[in-house]
Design a protein around this ligand. Sequence first.
Ligand SMILES: [Zn+2]
Ligand SMILES: [Zn+2]
Length: 468
Amino acid sequence: MTSLTFYGGVNEIGGNKILLEDKDTKVFLDFGKSFSRRARYFEEYINPRTSNGIVDFLTMGLVPDIQGVYRDDLMVMAGRKPQKPEIDAILLSHAHSDHADYISFLHEDIPVYMGAACHLILKALEERGSRTIEREILNYKPRPYNIKDKPIPREINEFRTGDKFKIGSLEIEPIHVDHSVPGAYGFIIYTSEGPIVYTGDIRLHGTHSDMTRDFIQKAKEVKPIALITEGTRIADEAKEESEDKVYKESGKKVAESENLVFTDFNFKDVDRLKTFFNIAKENDRKFVVKINDAYFLKYLSQDKHLDVPNIDDENIIIYLPKRGSGSYSDSDYKGNDKEFLDLHNTWTAEQIAARPNKVLCAIGFYSFTALIDMKPKTGALYIHSASEPYNEEQELSQERIDAWLEHFGMNKFQSHCSGHARGQDLLEAVKEIGAKTLYPVHTVHPELYQKVSKNMVLIKEGVKYNIS
Ligand SMILES: [Zn+2]
Ligand SMILES: [Zn+2]
């Protein structure tokens, strides 16, 4: 007997939590945080209370209320009996929060499988940030905790493309796919009833689209009995986009400027990081990064396949923010950050501002207070290299970005290429794979897949679907 139960990613973008049961084996495909669900009840000044462990999350439906899944310490805090885990493994498709973050709540004895580069990103995220109950993926501290408690590591198993491994009655074949973060995988899972395919998040217009095509080809060859596909942009109008377009049009803007240039993008997107790093080098500008992002360079440069520069690269400068006394004194910088400050390539805002046509600053909106110290001259350039706003909150941020730019007389340029496949590409991929049954997730328009599948399930949350 084989079945799928969807506890997240149903009529929402992200928050995937998919339970696959086969005979006595149970695995979760991703266990992500649902931003939309969380935002239904919580915002900046009202958050789930860490002091209440998992209870706020369970009560408000941010995690499913199921047995034999969660950490012992959290169950005790919730006044429940701790239980041996009933789940054999978590298969993590990639490091984005909407797929990974709520692994934090899962039982300590459940092993987690992830790509090697995905592991590096999670290490960088862990080292740079302070601990929160919503991000304890690689290790956790039993609650309530003492600051001196040592974190307890989870069992992490890394894989790479070409690996195959067994979990109970299942055989798992992870296959690299292209997405806006390295170490992203789709899975072919061989069950006792036949192969089940899960796309994770994919795109077909990126720098490494050949990987996604490989995945589609292999998925087609195994003749899957079920395909779980993402559908983030299924309803979007097609438009021309590629990383090369971002590189060319942004590069042209930078080449034309004699002024300070800022670029705002997600640093976990290694393709975008390399795009702007290369633009900087070609224009004889140093690539200025924030301390927060230096952690990504430190870890991702360890994977030679990714070809990411390390923090001591001659083209990299680390921006030294004002902290504490505001006088850049040694004692203002604490914790892990100190590691980067002993390097010789840190510059203050004033040092950066003194070389306006010699720097390309990867400094975005959340660090715009830096502009107050850098005093950009009229005509300085801001390249917004992220998606355009798609909800009210983002629109408000956009208005604030525009207000800052107007205040300093800066010019804005928008250039981006999405991490998710275009609608037409998704439909073609699904048609090509030709699975017996289709289960769309990670979308608010699953019905649009009807065009390419005769046997499509409009999933309901928490319902068990038998697969045969
Ligand atoms: Zn996602
Ligand atoms: Zn993603």
